[in-house]
Design a protein around this ligand. Structure first.
Ligand SMILES: *[C@@H]1O[C@H](CO)[C@@H](O)[C@H](O)[C@H]1NC(C)=O
Ligand SMILES: *[C@@H]1O[C@H](CO)[C@@H](O)[C@H](O)[C@H]1NC(C)=O
Length: 464
């Protein structure tokens, strides 16, 4: 009896001891186990992410291989690969989100501030290079590839028309550094008899329309820079477009960023004005950036020929402006073909290419937004001293402040422009580089505005 009750008490004590032990130790152990569980879950998720990546990579490789074997059209390949890549991206996003959730739980458990997540805020901008039958596209492509800060951020798409085999071979030699697409419609274009000699312009317009649809609708890019196969680019070509990109997105009164200054000859630019940018009502082209939104507007009514003059018409421009630099970020190295060789010899080859890298992405460019720019611009122009051509030429004026040469008629504009070496033509009534009718340039060490009256009422479309 006594033995029994002693045993019973002893047993009870043991049970109590064990319970107390766990009561004291339970929580810390639980916490550690919880952390351990979460860490294990993360490892598990990470494994799954890796596996998923590997699997999808295999799938894509498989699809690529299969498509090549079947020698299917490039379009089909890009669509299927793109779909697979999209599926992979979606899967990865899901897994990354789950992983992120768990990470936050662990961080909270450990009272550690969550690590700043690596979000990709940098825009991806496609570089669309137009090519036809010039093997010298190599010169342009070499520069683009050498200067681009990242292949992911600036994917190069070379669109080729004309089926010129030597050019095809040059483009193919770049392998995976770029995407090569070919304009499939090589049929003869129905051209009015009078315009037969302008056939080249019809082919260019067809090619542009097709390739821009590819870039924005098939590839799905949001922004593109358009380059032709005869352009040299400046060291800060990509930096220029990246820095001005936020302006294009934010300011609806802008519809393009151009790398080109139509009056960018050495004698007409400020050599130390590498950082200077302007708004212009004249669409410059020659290395320019547009958004998908603009393409969705222009694409459906894209013309059969002379697209650049078409785009400059009021119906298309709708009072919008482009940004252009003081010093061009592109220069043509010569064109044999559609464009008139004389224009190159007399004008284009004198355009000065910028050679100093300007860190545009680190600069405050908000002064170029319409609301900030217009007031300051109008003030500068119309508060400047009025001079005539003889005074300007005589070089006796103070250099520090800008001056203005007024013009009131089409002919007066043309005369002065000719004397100064400026481009003297108009497109839809707009002189090259003009903003609000004012052509701004640099002459013998001073800033000059060739300007209409302050009460200017808009461009006269009959001026040509
Ligand atoms: C950028 O410049 C504008 C004036 O154009 C000024 O109002 C603004 O505060 C500046 N922004 C920064 C971040 O410095
Ligand atoms: C230019 O302006 C100066 C000073 O006002 C004047 O003396 C001269 O006659 C003008 N020249 C022409 C060609 O109008």
């Amino acid at each position: 009896m006594r033995k029994k009750s002693i045993s019973f008490i002893f047993a009870s004590l043991c049970v109590w001891g064990v319970i107390t032990y766990f009561l004291f130790l339970d929580r810390p152990i639980g916490k550690e186990q919880n952390k351990g569980n979460i860490a294990a879950k993360i490892r598990d998720i990470e494994e799954r992410v890796k596996e998923q990546f590997a699997e999808n990579k295999k799938l894509i490789q498989h699809l690529r291989g299969k498509l090549q074997d079947q020698n299917e059209a490039e379009n089909a390949e890009s669509t299927v690969v793109k779909n697979a890549e999209e599926a992979q991206n979606a899967e990865r996003d899901k897994l990354e989100a789950a992983e992120e959730d768990l990470k936050i739980q662990v961080d909270e458990a450990q009272h550690v501030a969550p690590e700043k997540s690596l979000t990709n805020e940098e825009p991806v901008i496609a570089v669309l290079v137009f090519s036809c039958n010039r093997v010298t596209v190599k010169r342009c492509l070499d520069q683009l590839i050498r200067l681009r800060p990242s292949a992911e951020q600036f994917p190069i798409i070379v669109s080729q028309d004309c089926e010129h085999e030597p050019t095809t071979n040059v483009i193919q030699s770049y392998g995976e550094q770029l995407t090569h697409i070919r304009q499939p419609d090589q049929s003869d274009i129905d051209i009015p008899p009078k315009e037969k000699k302008f056939k080249g312009y019809f082919k260019i317009a067809r090619h542009y329309g097709w390739a821009l649809n590819q870039v924005f609708l098939e590839f799905g890019f949001e922004t593109a820079i358009i380059v032709e196969d005869d352009l040299d680019v400046a060291p800060d070509f990509f930096e220029y477009f990246l820095g001005t990109y936020p302006l294009l997105v934010k300011d609806n009164s802008l519809w393009c960023i151009s790398a080109w200054n139509d009056n960018g000859k050495s004698e007409l630019v400020d050599d130390s004005g590498h950082h200077l940018l302007y708004r212009t009502d004249f669409f410059p082209g020659l290395g320019w950036m547009l958004t998908k939104d603009i393409w969705m507007e222009l694409g459906p009514k894209w013309p059969k020929s002379y697209w650049d003059d078409w785009i400059r018409k009021p119906e298309q421009r709708k009072d919008r402006a482009c940004i252009r630099p003081e010093l061009s970020r592109t220069r043509t190295f010569g064109k044999i073909g559609v464009s008139n060789g004389l224009f190159y010899e007399k004008h284009l080859k004198f355009i000065k290419l910028n050679d100093v890298f300007v860190p545009f992405t680190k600069m405050n460019l908000t002064y170029l937004l319409k609301d900030n720019y217009d007031m300051a611009f109008v003030n500068e122009v119309y508060q400047s001293r009025v001079v005539n051509y003889s005074e300007l030429k005589s070089d006796t004026l103070p250099k520090s402040s800008p001056v203005r040469i007024p013009y009131h008629t089409r002919q007066a504009y043309k005369n002065t422009a000719k004397m100064l070496g400026l481009m003297d033509d108009f497109r839809s009534g707009v002189p090259r580089t003009s903003y609000r009718g004012v052509v701004t340039f640099f002459y013998r060490g001073r800033r000059v505005h060739l300007a209409p009256n302050a009460n200017w009422a808009g461009y006269d479309i009959t001026w040509s």
